[in-house]
Design a protein around this ligand. Structure first.
Ligand code: PAF
Length: 328
């Protein structure tokens, strides 16, 4: 199978590197330099809980350079998803499936709309990864990957790639309730991520602190009321226990939101806590703890983003992006 990983930072390179070890897969990493240049020049080094490997891999900064693929895996941050998907539109138009491995809510629908196809799959991951230096990625946590799709026609392909991920060594399972899977993961993220991000603590350190455990409980309980009101079936009967259990099980992880704050990157707070607050307002459910952590993360983020956003390209709406990519 020919696989392209768009958004090959730590997590994307980890999945790509491990999948490339299978005999019948060819993987190309698409991402940013200096990481991509390092991989092109010296190969990818994987360290940590998935084993230690040095892999020669194809890598490029532009998805447009890739001419053939059966599967496009997108591992960008939520707010870059549509742009990443559009950069690989030529591959999808030629028949490739898209698999989104990321946090947050709602991206499958956005990608399906932007690409005009329902060949869109979704996965959640509890893998932890850090990029120590360009060309080197460390797997810090070896958690479950769950794969599914909102679109029934994709179920056979979901099973096929689940088998492929399993053969590569991932702890993986397919699900016919991907909405429940995504919401269950979002409850974990709304509990752990802002708390770790605001305190600067690893998941394990957060877990060990009684007051912080109490805050996680309040955050998850508020969000669970929204899930109940929406009639979504979670994949756990006890989301609070599941969130706390994940914090403990991924104890060495520096959660992705804390990594973003430390690297002065935009966080995914809008696609996680922001969505919970928005839905709470729509449904008449109060979310005071989520509102507080949201305000605090946004305040820290806005301090460093104010400067970088001045220089960045203005965000485009989906139809503008489609036009920009498809107009010759
Ligand atoms: O976003 C993250 O960091 C991860 O989803 C999780 C499971 C919270 C572990 O750190």
């Amino acid at each position: 199978m020919k696989i392209v990983i768009v958004g090959s930072g730590a997590i994307g390179s980890l999945y790509g590197g491990i999948l490339s070890r299978l005999e019948d897969t060819e993987v190309t990493l698409v991402g940013r330099s200096p990481h991509i240049t390092a991989v092109e020049e010296r190969g990818l080094t994987l360290l940590g809980v998935m084993g230690e490997y040095h892999l020669d891999m194809c890598a490029t900064e532009k998805a447009a350079d890739v001419t053939e693929a059966d599967l496009v895996i997108i591992t960008t941050k939520t707010y870059d998803t549509v742009q990443a998907a559009l950069s690989a539109k030529h591959l999808v138009d030629a028949g490739a499936y898209v698999l989104l491995i990321q946090n947050g809510l709602g991206t499958e629908e956005q990608v399906a709309e932007a690409l005009g196809t329902t060949r869109v799959l979704r996965a959640t991951t509890c893998m932890g990864a850090l990029q120590n230096e360009p060309g080197t990625v460390e797997a810090t946590g070896c958690g479950l990957t769950e794969i599914g799709s909102h679109y029934e026609d994709n179920f056979a392909f979901v099973e096929k790639i689940t088998d492929m991920f399993k053969a590569a060594g991932f702890d993986v399972r397919s699900s016919d309730n991907i909405q429940g899977v995504v919401w269950t993961k979002t409850l974990v993220n709304c509990g752990i991520n802002p708390v770790g991000a605001l305190t600067g603590l690893s998941n394990g350190e957060v877990y060990k602190n009684q007051e912080l455990r109490g805050l996680i409980i309040r955050l998850v309980e508020e969000a669970t009321k929204i899930v109940e009101a929406l009639g979504i079936e979670l994949t756990t009967e006890d989301p609070v226990r599941y969130a706390l259990g994940t914090a403990k099980a991924t104890g060495d992880n520096i959660n992705s939101m804390l990594q973003d704050l430390r690297a002065h990157k935009r966080t995914e707070i809008d696609a996680i806590t922001g969505e919970i607050i928005r839905l709470g307002k729509e449904l008449g459910i109060e979310t005071p703890s989520n509102e507080s952590v949201y305000a605090l993360v946004k305040a820290i983020e806005s301090q460093y983003l104010a400067e970088t956003e001045k220089k960045a390209t203005p965000t485009m709406k989906i139809d503008e992006l489609v036009k920009a990519v498809t107009t010759p």
